[in-house]
Design a protein around this ligand. Sequence first.
Ligand SMILES: NC(=O)c1ccc[n+]([C@@H]2O[C@H](COP(=O)([O-])OP(=O)(O)OC[C@H]3O[C@@H](n4cnc5c(N)ncnc54)[C@H](OP(=O)(O)O)[C@@H]3O)[C@@H](O)[C@H]2O)c1
Length: 215
Amino acid sequence: MPTIGLIGSGHIGSQIARLAVANGYDVVLSNSRGPETLSGLVAELGPRARAATPAEAAKAADVAVVTIPLRNYLKVPVEPLAGKVVIDTNNYYPERDGHIGALDDELTTTAELLQAHLPKSKVVKAFNHIYAASLTQDGQPAGTRNRRALAIAGDDRSAKMTVTRLLDQFGFDTVDAGALQEGWRFQRDTPGYGPRRTADELRKDLAAAERYAHH
Ligand SMILES: NC(=O)c1ccc[n+]([C@@H]2O[C@H](COP(=O)([O-])OP(=O)(O)OC[C@H]3O[C@@H](n4cnc5c(N)ncnc54)[C@H](OP(=O)(O)O)[C@@H]3O)[C@@H](O)[C@H]2O)c1
């Protein structure tokens, strides 16, 4: 099984790690304070999990997940993620992250910023519009009627297939919102941001979304 490397192991990172371990993946966790601060989570997750620095987690990853406060995205290690699928869960909250002009003006999107920082990686936006707790509550087996769906966006087809398979294993259908620049359709303050949605409902939400700069 591939290794999932987590850059960030907070609310979302720890939940993705739980789902990954439950589905047979190895996980390497990391945070800003150092691996020793993750010993409790590693103990909970068991032998498939270990903690390391962000650079080591990135290096060990077959698939990486960047799940940190957006303001820190320029600290994500670049070289060890080259050529890899990188899932971006991040959202922009100016009160937490400080103002980023290009996002305030919606000249770009959060995941496009990460992609620009990681030019050789294949960034896929995912997991940003579901509450952390719901990740381990809402998953259901493939084929379940009215299964919850999650949206993805990305520029690399095969990377999106990898993430779609992962979501399916974790218990969710996938709705492909298109290229990375379409990621705003499920950013904060859009209809699909937060609530439980089936694939059909989520497609309608994506179509109805408006950019906040236009409000
Ligand atoms: N919470 C949710 O329900 C939710 C849902 C969807 C998306 N999101 C988004 O996903 C991202 C993560 O959210 P969260 O709620 O999981 O945040 P969180 O609980 O605050 O966790 C953030 C994690 O990132 C780590 N971190 C911070 N700077 C880092 C760096 N430079 N390198 C490596 N790790 C770093 C933190 O480590 P330390 O603790 O050591 O600083 C912590 O483990 C945010 O952008 C958020 O908007 C959150």
